[in-house]
Ligand binder design. Structure first.
Ligand code: GDP
Ligand code: MG
Length: 253
């Protein structure tokens, strides 16, 4: 199968080069049975992130770049990336992966292994046994992250324990291709698109599995999420709740 790892970037010049080398130069060879490609979606980073990606794409043929004209939000970047991966690159599955070094490239192998077992939707979970968030995080940040996901779980009756995780694999056929890959249909162009997409995948009946991940501390650059994203996430949860009078009744298999 063809798996495309989609990496959104905004000002990630310190981490992106090493990350691409690791995935394209090492991890690709260690995932049996699959053809893997990378698609970086850069939001016009002023720090020259896209130039680093272009230089690496001369070395690694399976590396593609969408250079956006401006920063439009992580949700918009993923929508552009997923559409391109499905329509232009023929992806059978897409992986959402951060470009800042907080996700471990080794986890790509574990996501692919679950696809091989027949799962459609594999979530790298920080909130199941064996998963973790950076120990350096302040208490309030740990609380907000956990509480946000828990709020979504309760209000939307979700079977999953990490509903805002940024690391996941989605099968395309009948699933990711049916997501609202349109800026006018998605409920958020920012981080909260993750809750909307997760809700839709589960509603569509995706065979879902959470695997534990250790979410690493950011070593370079800075986070682009803001307080606004907390309220945006609450808004998306409530919008989904009141838009759909029936919540999904899905159980994890
Ligand atoms: N193209 C694009 N990438 C973005 C945007 N916002 C964030 N990103 C990237 O998305 C990934 C996750 O964002 P990050 O700020 O690390 O979120 P956090 O880990 O939740 O604090 C990183 O690789 C960012 O560079 C955006 O508006 N456009
Ligand atoms: Mg990050």
């Amino acid at each position: 199968m063809k798996i495309i790892v989609i990496i959104p970037t905004f000002n990630e010049k310190e981490s992106v080069g090493g990350l691409l080398e690791n995935i394209a130069g090492k991890i690709f060879k260690e995932v049996p049975n699959h053809q893997i490609g990378i698609l970086v979606v850069d939001g016009a980073s002023p720090d020259g992130t896209a130039d680093i990606v272009k230089a690496k794409s001369a070395i690694y043929p399976n590396l593609n770049l969408i250079a956006e004209k401006k920063k439009r939000g992580i949700g918009s970047a993923y929508i552009a990336g997923m559409k391109y991966a499905i329509e232009k690159l023929g992806a059978d599955a897409v992986i959402e992966f951060d470009g800042d070094g907080q996700h471990n490239p080794e986890d790509i192998k574990r996501l692919a292994a679950e696809l091989d077992k027949g799962y459609d939707y594999v979530i790298g979970s920080r909130y199941i046994l064996g998963g973790s968030v950076p120990k350096e995080w302040a208490h309030w940040r740990k609380f907000l992250s956990k509480f946000g996901g828990l709020f979504a779980k309760i209000i939307l009756n979700l079977p999953t324990n990490d509903n805002t995780s940024g690391l996941k694999l989605s099968r395309v056929k009948n699933l990711a291709e049916r997501l609202p890959l349109d800026e006018n249909k998605v409920l958020s162009k920012y981080y909260a698109y993750k809750i909307h997409f997760l809700y839709e995948m589960i509603k569509m009946g995706a065979k879902t599995k959470e695997i534990p991940i250790k979410f690493l501390e950011r070593r370079n650059g800075s986070s682009k999420s803001t307080f606004r994203d907390i309220f945006d996430s609450l808004r998306v949860v409530l919008a989904l709740k009141f838009r759909n009078n029936k919540s999904p009744q899905h159980k994890l298999s």
